[in-house]
Design a protein around this ligand. Structure first.
Ligand code: FES
Length: 133
């Protein structure tokens, strides 16, 4: 078997839905800026052979923002730059899953700690208007 071209491949949902959609979307919860931050930090940390890609809807919208890290297939909810730093440093550099952010395969709601962290972030994000601002 040949070695993979990439050591790790990260897919971050950047999907956007209209404001007020029942499932919400990762973009309205800060997913795009966090993915951009992750790309920059991965480079700064010298994490090699790793791609941090934007993805369309990964169909776990209620748990967003979400990402999935391959080859392990580990899913994460993340809400802050500190969350991104933990995933980069612990998982991608150290090979250790960040359990406080990990989404279980059968998980359908955020844990209370995950929900609280996201709620704090959402209070600070600019609100989207009907005109698409
Ligand atoms: S909008 Fe991100 S998983 Fe669906």
């Amino acid at each position: 078997m040949t070695e993979s071209f990439y050591k790790a491949h990260v897919f971050c949902c950047n999907n956007e839905r209209p404001a007020g959609h029942v499932r919400g979307c990762c973009m309205e919860k800060g997913g795009v800026s966090l993915q951009n931050y992750m790309k920059v930090r991965a480079k700064e940390l010298g994490i090699e052979k790793t791609r941090i890609n934007k993805a369309g809807c990964l169909d776990r919208c209620e748990l967003g923002p979400v990402m999935v890290v391959y080859p392990e297939g580990v899913w994460y909810h993340y809400a802050t730059r500190e969350d991104v730093d933990d995933i980069l440093e612990s998982h991608l550099l150290g090979g250790k899953i960040v359990e406080r952010l990990q989404l279980k395969n059968d998980q359908t709601e955020l844990t209370p700690a995950q929900a609280e962290s996201l709620a704090c972030v959402m209070q600070c994000l600019p609100k989207k208007t009907e005109k698409g601002a």
